[in-house]
Design a protein around this ligand. Sequence first.
Ligand code: AHG
Ligand code: MN
Ligand code: MN
Length: 353
Amino acid sequence: MASATEFETHEYEYALDRDCTTLSRHVLQQLQSFSPQAQDISAIMNRLALAGKLIARRLSRAGLMENALGFTGEVNVQGESVKKMDVYANEVFISVFKQSGLVCRLASEEMEKPYYIPENCPIGRYTLLYDPIDGSSNVDINLNVGSIFSIRQQEGDDLDREARDLLQNGRKQIAAGYILYGPSTILVYSLGQGVHSFILDPSLGEFILVQENIKVPTSGPVYSVNEGNFWQWEDSIRDYVRYVHRHEGYTARYSGALVGDIHRILLQGGVFIYPGTVKKPEGKLRLLYETAPLGFLIEQAGGKASTGTQNLLDCVPTKLHERTPLIIGSAENVELVESFIQDRAREAAAQTP
Ligand code: AHG
Ligand code: MN
Ligand code: MN
């Protein structure tokens, strides 16, 4: 049996090893290479971590600063009112990637067209897609928000302003992840080889590995949906919500920030649903920088992501800011929601002459 001192030494070494497993080291380990491409991806992840630190810093002090909270008075390309924090966070991502030589183009929820960094393009063969602040309605009340990111290989003509190469399915993502700004700042990412989480240690200024190869439970009690929209939904989603109301073992959680709700489901299981409505069948969430990156992560964690009629990662957008319905989380929960959609589709097909 190990003596108390041996045990303490072991614990101490373990803690030290863990503190040294920073995000950039982890990325290189994941890629099992020091090739130029691996170095690029590692550097991109490092820059994303820097963006996360800058945003977390501002969020932590926003209430004490002039002009950090509230609306700008502008409306973005999505027709949504822009918050000052949306603008700040959007600019953070641009600033950290300028002159980095890493990313040729950035596309964000807050910009109508992709933002080109021509000086990076000869070598920076990647595009970053991102939602700078997800859940901005939570910003002014000090609740959790997030950032979502996705990296794709740049294809075709570097300066093709139409950015047609982005109109491809979610399996084309090289990496995807999110940063959750909560009591701790947490970064979760995948390079297509499992899902891993890191916590920002403010005393070190580094994201330190907490959990590798996270697996979403095959089922869970949580259903996460904005039930205020019940009256606008298709019958199938109403059927599902009525079902969970009438069966034991379900509990509702909805934070107003997709990143927070997905993080809960990643760790504890359940399902998040943002369906279309009768008037807006495409729903609210955007494919390229919200639903596809989260779909990539959840699939990597053994869960499922669906539009209701299709695997989310097979969805090919026709435009940059395309929206999709989203049903995502534990495989069994997602399949249950899909079964209600299929039932109604069968019923409708049987009624058509
Ligand atoms: P964003 O703040 O980037 O516009 O995203 C908000 C999204 C998502 O985070 C959240 O789950 C959902 O919108 C909340 O919308 P509702 O208020 O319609 O429920
Ligand atoms: Mn969002
Ligand atoms: Mn946003």
